[in-house]
Design a protein around this ligand. Structure first.
Ligand SMILES: *Cc1c(COP(=O)(O)O)cnc(C)c1O
Length: 426
């Protein structure tokens, strides 16, 4: 579900025609729909209505301050993975008591920052991290609320790079290790066990692995409760997949009541960390055709967005639908590679794709770019990062200005000229 539709042959974001945005803000630009963000948040929230719960939006999917502010205003909590994300959430008005802190490599200063603002819970991912968390809490004279991220050894059947619940994964601790660590944590005056956490992967398109993971984690909870260790919450992570073309996805209304029921029967507050399912289809990348070329075997459409703007096709072989902003029903269909200007063969948005013949200067929308789009962008090839725009009805706000050339070398310094001369003289 999203709010990007064609009206009178022109693709719009809600009530705003995309050519207007391109004229005012330029390209490439990430365009977000506020109504779509709101709708997705509400669907997840309502799907879990059967149990006391907190939706902790996964900030890394799309960390723009306006996105965080919008979700905070709807009551969302947040799943963070760094002190940078913590500061963003607080700046955007997020409630620290609804923050969970995940990640396999938290520094002591990050743990301290999270404890001092009073976040709900640290999702601890190793024995060493548990000991360090305890030490930081002791130093601060406090008690750190923790959950262990356990690895339920369930195959999420998604891309290897975003599959996190297997034995070979760097994430989480094994079920056996979790038992020992929970006993240690429960005995510490500087740790407070609040719950248990697992996250088995991203872009998951099947319900069964998700339910299987929850069931295994609940067995662990009951085993430890029998030893007198209390649990108040169950964090089932994120991972719900979205349709990038027309693949079948798990309906939130199939997933939600099932997990809500499991949590309620075990008397647990349910936490979930959705990223992609909220942000993914709430954004598109607006780009302009710079030119076309052919060689003996292929046709290329060269656009002004590149892998530095959207790395998903190169990194995950991801598919994004491409739509000409101006509908052209009579155009011939041609098989093309849509590529960016970056000096890498991996710099493509689509390969061997059947598309209406595209002309130099026209606009294309790359759909499904609201999650892991701008958040994974870089300055590779000294390209300025794209602008971001939030549309609301027939108005829009630039929620991140396009970077300027000066932004590219901010913080860089040149050597003293004398030092260079001295060396070349020698
Ligand atoms: C990335 C991540 C998420 C969000 O995953 P989505 O697939 O975007 O829902 C949630 N929790 C953790 C720990 C993550 O690393």
């Amino acid at each position: 579900m999203h709010h990007f539709h064609s009206t009178n042959g022109i693709l719009h974001a809600e009530g705003v025609p995309l050519p207007r945005l391109a004229a005012e803000v330029g390209t490439p630009t990430y365009v977000y729909s506020r109504a779509t963000f709101e709708r997705h948040y509400r669907v997840i929230d309502q799907a879990l209505a059967g149990v006391e719960h907190t939706v902790c939006y996964s900030v890394k999917a799309n960390p723009n301050l306006a996105v965080l502010q919008l979700l905070a205003s709807l009551g969302s909590g947040f799943d963070i993975v760094s002190v940078g994300e913590l500061r963003r959430v607080l700046l955007a008005g997020g409630d620290p008591r609804k923050i969970v802190f995940s990640g396999v490599g938290k520094r002591d200063d990050e743990i301290a920052a999270a404890l001092s603002v009073g976040i709900y819970c640290l999702n601890v991912e190793s024995a060493e991290e548990l000991a360090r968390t305890e030490a930081v809490a002791r130093r601060l004279g406090t008690r750190a609320p923790i959950a262990l991220r356990v690895n339920p050894e369930v195959d999420a059947q998604t891309h290897a790079y975003i599959s996190t619940g297997l034995k070979t994964s760097k994430f989480g601790v094994t079920m056996a290790e979790a038992r020992d660590l929970y006993r240690r944590a429960a005995a510490s005056p500087h740790l407070r066990v609040v719950g248990v956490d697992s996250h088995i992967g991203s872009q998951i398109l099947q319900l069964d692995p998700m339910i299987e993971a929850v069931a295994r984690v609940l067995d662990l909870v009951e085993l430890l409760r029998a030893e007198g260790i209390p649990f108040e919450s169950l964090d089932i992570g994120g991972g719900l997949g979205i349709a990038y073309r027309d693949e079948p996805t798990v309906s939130p209304f199939e997933w939600g009541p099932t997990v809500a029921d499991l949590a309620r029967r075990h008397g647990l507050h349910l936490l979930t960390e959705p990223g992609r399912v909220i942000a993914g289809n709430a954004g598109l990348l607006l780009t302009r055709v710079l030119g076309t070329k052919r060689n003996d075997s292929k046709s290329f459409v060269i656009v002004d967005a590149a892998m530095n703007d959207l790395i998903r096709p190169a990194l995950y072989s991801a598919h994004h639908s491409l739509v000409p902003v101006l509908e052209a029903p009579d155009r011939r269909i041609a098989k093309v590679d849509v590529v960016g200007p970056v000096c890498e063969s991996g710099d493509f948005l689509a390969r061997d794709r059947d598309l209406p013949e595209l002309r130099t200067g026209e606009l294309i929308a790359v759909l499904g770019c609201g999650a892991y789009g701008q958040s994974m962008a870089s300055n590779y090839n000294s390209r300025t990062r794209a602008a971001e725009v939030m549309v609301h009805g027939d108005t829009h706000t630039v929620v991140r200005a396009r970077e300027t050339l000066d932004d590219l070398w901010r913080g860089e310094a040149m050597l003293q000229p004398q030092a260079l001369w001295a060396e070349s003289d020698a």
